[in-house]
Design a protein. Structure first.
Lengths: 220, 101
């Protein structure tokens, strides 16, 4: 960091803390696998169940339900991993969350960014039809952007690697000539698998570097 | 005594101690942190950390809550609003001094 204040080192470490054990990757990897299964199912069932407004509503509602339910369950799972493995080893820290006006501004900004990107992608796909499935590349670019922001804010290098992997996976799947839904399913499946592998490796290294301290360390 | 030196002499002495500065800096980033996390980050012994936390608590800068997670004792430390303001003022004073010298 450019700031010479020595306390910023400790503050940066505190900000990085929820990313050091690999559970963040496990969480996102799990979400990606769920999305992959959802899109695979949609690709398989679309020929039978796709015409009309009802299927569109069912698939959209299903995607939202899978995303929310999956996030909830995976959040519980990663919290359980942290409570059993991380906190007893290296301690617990609860990060400050934006509240009130700041939270509203962040949600509004996020909504605006998503809306602008969706409009740009729609316009782009409309003018570049068919021969390449652009959806995985778009998904890869969005995920890469998210990871790059995380890497930049926390200064953890492996998130830049994840951003690169995401773009490569998106580009690779786009060039495969799969239909749109299967392409998205393969993209999220491969990305989820890589995230789970990376999360597992990081968690393994973290556990090796931080053995469980004696019981007395907890008592004051 | 120049005004810069006078400003430095006016810094909060309770915070102007490396271990306590680090403790408060961590707690300023977090909503709360437990004893184990603070001990690992500061490298202090249990006894020393307890003493520093007690001093910060007495000054009203830190709120300490003793609880349990499962069967494990858990000491959660949280910076109070007073502590947050004091730390902001302390950093401001130090930065001002460094910039002016």
């Amino acid at each position: 960091m450019k700031d010479q204040d020595p306390t910023t080192h400790f503050q940066l470490r505190a900000a990085q803390y929820h990313l050091v054990d690999g559970t963040y990757e496990v969480f996102f990897g799990g979400i990606c696998i769920l999305w992959a299964l959802f899109f695979y199912l949609q690709a398989k069932l679309s020929p039978i169940f796709s015409v009309g407004l009802l299927p569109t509503l069912v698939w959209t509602g299903g995607f939202i339900a899978v995303s929310f339910a999956g996030s909830f369950l995976l959040d519980r799972l990663t919290k359980a991993i942290r409570e059993r493995l991380t906190y007893p080893r290296t301690g617990y820290i609860d990060h400050r969350r934006p509240r009130g006006g700041r939270l509203a501004v962040r949600i509004l900004l996020l909504g605006m960014v998503v809306a602008i990107l969706s409009a740009l992608f729609t316009a782009f796909f409309a003018s570049h039809p068919a021969f390449v499935n652009w959806m995985p590349l778009a998904g890869g670019a969005l995920f890469a952007l998210t990871m790059a922001i995380v890497a930049w804010r926390t200064q953890i290098g492996r998130y830049y690697l994840l951003a690169m992997i995401s773009v490569i996976a998106g580009l690779g799947v786009s060039m495969f000539g799969l239909d749109e839904l299967t392409g998205i399913a393969v993209f999220y499946g491969s990305l989820g698998f890589m995230l789970l592998v990376m999360g597992g490796v990081v968690l393994g290294l973290y556990l090796r570097r931080n053995p469980m301290p004696g019981e007395s360390l907890h008592e004051q | 005594m120049s005004s810069d030196l006078r400003a430095l002499a006016d810094v909060d002495r309770l915070l102007h101690e490396p271990s306590r500065t680090v403790i408060v800096a961590i707690l300023a980033t977090a909503e709360s942190a437990d004893f184990l996390y603070l001990q690992r980050e500061t490298g202090l012994t249990k006894g020393n950390l307890s003493v520093h936390l007690s001093k910060l608590q007495e000054a009203g800068y830190v709120n300490i809550k003793k609880t349990y997670r499962g069967k494990t004792p858990l000491t959660l430390c949280r910076l109070t609003e007073q502590g947050r303001q004091a730390f902001d003022a302390y950093r401001r004073q130090l930065r001002q001094f460094v910039e002016n010298t």
